[in-house]
Ligand binder design. Sequence first.
Ligand code: KE4
Length: 426
Amino acid sequence: MTVFRKSKKLFGDAQRVIPGGVNSPVRAFKAVGANPIFISKAKGAYLYDVDGNRYIDYCLSWGPMILGHAHREVLDQVRKVMVNGTSFGIPTPLETHLARMIVQAIGSIEKVRLVSSGTEAVMTAIRLARGCTGRDKIIKFIGCYHGHVDHMLVQAGSGATTLGSPSSPGVPRDFTKHTLLLPYNDPEMIGRAFSKYRDQIAAVIIEPIAGNMGVVPPADGFLKTIRRLCTKNGSILIFDEVITGFRIRYGSVQEPFGVKADLTCLGKIIGGGFPIGACGGKKGLMDRLAPSGQIYQAGTLSGNPVCVAAGIATLKLLKSKGTYPALGRAAKELCDGIGKALSGRDIKHTINRVGSMFTVFFNPDPVIDYVSAVKSDVGRYARFHSAMLGEGIYLPPSQFEACFVSTEHKHKDMGKTIAAARKASL
Ligand code: KE4
């Protein structure tokens, strides 16, 4: 019987001094109706909580820990750099090194600005798109999440192609009146939006493989349709690859999809577990950013040597041959096993997987967009999460998130996870 006594006490302590007891809402386990576990340490594929329980971790800090936790070679590089100072607020050669690795890995990126979070990367991309086009409107897709910047916290307007309204208190209506929310994987709707707003659209921002409604891949041709419409109307195409960047392959998903973005947002993996984000694109766009251009963007700790050292070490290790096929094989073995376990118990579900990111939806039908995703049985997911936690398996505490596999997840970990799925009380 898994005990959470110390975590429960720590959660009470935390709630007295931190809103909701957490520093990011999803960590509070509200979506699975439980108290969060508090972590004491992590190594490889495993988390260890303050009660001494060990978990196989499929959340991996929401994606960054693709090499597993506390990777020796990443920490060695961080140690080497940090003893020489941690932040100077003036350039270091390390930033150029990481920027060059990103440029060499992603064909659509000629220059890149490093920042400290995915949210900042998105903020930068949208301001750049608006500044370069002189237009205001932005298209985003229902179910995609691009960080907590005001104009991205939008709920769909009343009609199909009406502009959005705030989805959070504290966001003035004026801040979202230029944001249009469209259904993911619906080429007809985006065609109608461009017909209606044509040369008013500064940019379209999309998760090329959605991870924030659970994993939802793009329908065939959907991304190419968006690319064609953006090119035709002089709008900027922004791929938010904060999750997918260096997750599916060494670089972006633009190459396998045959769609080049004008701007790409990155984060998570490129920081190797340290705070980072990045916005990259063609020189003609990127050079419009201050100080080479007039479009302002800044950050005290942007590109700081510690985070950048972790990112460089991580990308170097990811570059080694065979990394991504092995990640894909491990995730396939896991998803096939979980699928068989649940089907064997006649539990209706669907699993979406791309490479080493996946979601088990408790949904009898295909999940192809937000409307189909939210038909999932979130109560059953909560019971699944709790049962798996009790068996030492840590899944994201929400049905609408992505699971990830790292290079440290071994065959025995998959076997234990599949066995747990076979007996989880649902
Ligand atoms: P951050 O500001 O949290 O570093 O990145 C925002 C962001 C931007 N774009 C995409 C596609 C993202 O997935 C994210 C953040 N992802 C969430 C989990 N899906 C982070 C977890 C959290 O909010 O606590």
